[in-house]
Ligand binder design. Structure first.
Ligand code: ATP
Ligand code: FE
Length: 350
């Protein structure tokens, strides 16, 4: 079975061709066109600009993906598309294109939840069985999901304010580093002392799996301002120490909440996805937490951790195998919680 996947829910326009076979899935093409430069001057993704760019670029990424896979549209067996959650203009552009392709080829169309795409990626890259615990840490999301089936997710908790990537980016900004901030903060932190500044570990006193990062970011801001007042500016060492302290606090919170989520679910495996999963300090901590809980640890390659269409094609294939498909009434959804459990097991789901 060969699936064409489409993704346009945020600031990446992507198309991929995936072939599912007895030997496991094979990615034949995985094309991503980012929009970072388009939004650079605005301090964030501008929905209208994103929607227009998706509308312009979707045809191009599909063409490129098919060319790279050396397949014509006729040889595609199904079309999977992100139907939410995300910026509605972009999602609509993708869904409309998928409908057009499905109508003109007569092939089945499958609407995919973007978060399900991230959450099922470990099964695309590694031999992974259900159930497993997924920690999704990106620029826009932070949540724990117990994945028990291709369409069975229980949310155990997540951030109640900023996502970790967002916090990394804001800290980079207030320390005068560039964007995206995560890799720059990580690089600065290598020369820093994580213990010099006493930064908070928000919500660690609460037994649930919820997290909060906006206070941590504000604490970095306060420390910066105190230094600037006291000494008239920041020295390179101050910046490195602030980055190291921030990163350590972030890793402490994520590691401890992950430990609790593993205990609560008894999951035999921990998987991470999202751009922040690239952070080496965090990765090492999570690996340790998994080892202590005697759980396996899987982190897909970064290219498949950040937004891409291969994960959408894969999640579509998993749904298709379970008998799922959509018709022309498929709607684009700005919000689409992934939690499918009738009764949240911890009462922590939001
Ligand atoms: P979403 O997928 O939730 O809509 P997004 O597309 O912004 O959000 P990703 O592309 O998964 O998120 O990840 C980008 C984020 O990851 C950015 O905030 C970036 O700063 C962060 N990031 C990347 N590398 C690192 C790193 N080494 N350490 C910490 N954060 C990182
Ligand atoms: Fe994403």
């Amino acid at each position: 079975v060969t699936v064409l996947g489409l993704e346009s829910s945020c600031d990446d326009t992507a198309a991929a061709v995936l072939r599912g076979g007895p030997g496991g899935p094979e990615i034949l093409a995985n094309i991503v066109i980012g929009q970072t430069d388009l939004h650079a001057g605005y301090g964030g993704v501008v929905p209208e600009i994103a929607a227009r760019a998706h509308a312009e670029k979707l045809d191009i990424v599909v063409e490129r993906a098919l060319a790279e896979a050396r397949l014509s549209l006729k040889r595609i067996d199904a079309i999977a598309v992100t139907a939410g959650p995300g910026l509605i203009g972009g999602v609509m552009a993708g869904v409309m294109l998928a409908k057009g392709l499905a109508a003109s080829t007569g092939k089945p169309m499958i609407g995919v939840n973007h978060l399900a795409g991230h959450a099922l990626t470990p099964r695309l890259t590694d031999r992974v069985d259900f159930p497993y615990l997924m920690l999704l840490v990106s620029g826009g999301h932070c949540q724990f999901l117990l994945v028990e089936g291709a369409e069975q997710f229980t949310r155990l908790g997540g951030t109640i304010d900023d996502a970790p990537g967002e916090a990394f980016d804001k800290v980079a900004k207030l320390l005068g580093l560039g964007q995206p901030g995560g890799p720059l903060v990580e690089a600065e932190a290598r020369a820093g002392d994580p213990k010099r500044f006493k930064l908070p570990r928000p919500l660690l006193d609460r037994p649930d799996c919820d997290m909060s990062f906006s206070g941590l970011k504000t604490a970095v801001l306060r420390s910066r301002d105190a230094l600037c007042t006291a000494q008239g500016g920041l020295y390179a060492q101050d910046r490195a120490d602030l980055c190291a302290g921030f990163q350590a606090a972030m890793a402490d919170v994520l590691a401890e909440k992950t430990r609790r989520a593993l205990v609560k679910t008894g999951a035999p495996m921990l998987a991470v996805a999202g751009g922040v999963a690239a952070n080496q300090v965090l990765r090492a901590r999570l690996e340790q937490v998994a080892a202590n809980a005697e759980a396996r640890f899987v982190a897909p390659p970064l290219k498949l951790c950040t937004d891409n269409a291969a994960m959408i094609a894969w999640a579509g294939l998993e749904r298709l195998r379970a008998g799922g498909r959509d018709d022309m009434s498929l709607a684009a959804r700005p919000r689409w919680p992934l939690d499918t459990s009738a009764a949240p097991m911890l009462g922590a789901g939001k």
